[in-house]
Design a binder for this molecule. Structure first.
Ligand SMILES: NC(=O)C1=CN([C@@H]2O[C@H](COP(=O)(O)OP(=O)(O)OC[C@H]3O[C@@H](n4cnc5c(N)ncnc54)[C@H](O)[C@@H]3O)[C@@H](O)[C@H]2O)C=CC1
Ligand SMILES: O=C(O)C1=N[C@H](C(=O)O)C[C@H](O)C1
Length: 260
């Protein structure tokens, strides 16, 4: 593929606006469609896009992905709100489409969907380091801090981080983090796969995460800060270039960056 044609969904939003500008400025990519709410997503409106980038809202992102796949495009998703069931439905859709392509005359690689809870390098590295460290600590908690216009909590990044910590702890045979709380559970944050996650919303913030790991007499704090949405753009461009040769479903930019 000489030039990758890109369509952006949620093009009028905070991330969509930056993504359109980043794609227009990038070599080897061209922006062919900017769509936002009330626009139909089909082969016509996507204008021949090879890759659709979705930065919309949790309530609509899954439907957008299915529509983009039906239009024959690869998809990069930054929107939050995914769970095992919605990811499973996308994986099945991909299997069906790619099996049909393999049986036909189309010899190009199958379609791919890359869902990344966070495109920021600092965030991807923080999650990777946390997953690596988790097995060595008795206690683990996550604090995510965001701008107050964010509609979902806890953040997709915090959910992904907690899931990775939880998997590492389970693999190491660790007991649950010690916690003597008997009253006031509402002050202890959300339980995400057995890891407590606390969400702060504060004017002035963009996107930040702190992973706290504790042992008797010691603490490890892993912190990352996205001070500006420009921090997500290199990762978005890496994902757009990678997804065209990654058939099937990939969850997390760490797989593309070879950090997993
Ligand atoms: N993966 C990552 O690195 C990042 C992910 N995000 C996530 O991206 C999503 C968008 O965030 P923001 O840009 O800050 O939100 P935003 O509210 O600024 O933008 C969302 C846009 O989607 C549009 N929209 C709503 N329904 C739509 C539909 N059915 N079809 C097309 N467009 C539709 C809205 O009109 C709006 O323009 C959120 O889920 C956020 O958590 C945000 C930053 C980084
Ligand atoms: O809404 C945001 O702003 C962000 N959303 C993503 C999330 O929920 O993890 C990524 C980043 O934290 C910014």
């Amino acid at each position: 593929m000489t030039e990758i044609k890109v369509a952006v969904l949620g093009a009028a939003g905070r991330m969509g606006t930056q993504t359109c500008a980043a794609v227009e400025a990038a070599g080897g990519l061209s922006l062919v469609a900017r769509l936002d709410k009330d626009d139909v997503i089909d082969a016509g409106s996507l204008a021949g896009a090879d890759v659709v980038v979705d930065f919309t809202i949790p309530a609509t992102t899954e439907a957008n992905v299915h529509a983009a796949l039906d239009a024959g495009a690869h998809v990069v998703v930054g929107t939050t709100g995914w769970d095992d069931a919605s990811r499973g439905r996308v994986a099945e859709h991909l299997e069906r489409l790619n099996a049909a392509r393999a049986g036909g005359s189309d010899q190009t690689p199958g379609l791919g969907v890359l869902i990344a809870p966070n495109f920021g390098l600092s965030a991807v590295l923080a999650m990777t380091f946390a997953a690596k460290a988790a097995r060595y600590f008795e206690s683990a908690e996550v604090i995510e801090l965001h701008h107050p216009d964010k509609v979902d909590a806890p953040s997709g990044t915090a959910r992904h981080t907690a899931a990775a910590i939880s998997a590492a702890r389970a693999e190491a045979g660790l007991a649950p983090s010690p916690d003597a709380t008997e009253t006031g559970w509402e002050a202890r944050g959300a339980d995400v796969d057995g890891v407590r996650v606390h969400a702060v919303r504060l004017r002035g913030l963009v996107a930040h995460e702190e992973i706290l790991l504790g042992n008797p007499g010691e603490q490890l704090v892993i912190r990352q800060d996205s001070f500006d949405r420009s921090s997500f753009m290199p990762g978005v461009l890496v994902a757009v270039r990678a997804v065209v040769s990654r058939p099937g479903l990939t969850v997390g930019l760490e797989h593309v960056l070879d950090l997993a």
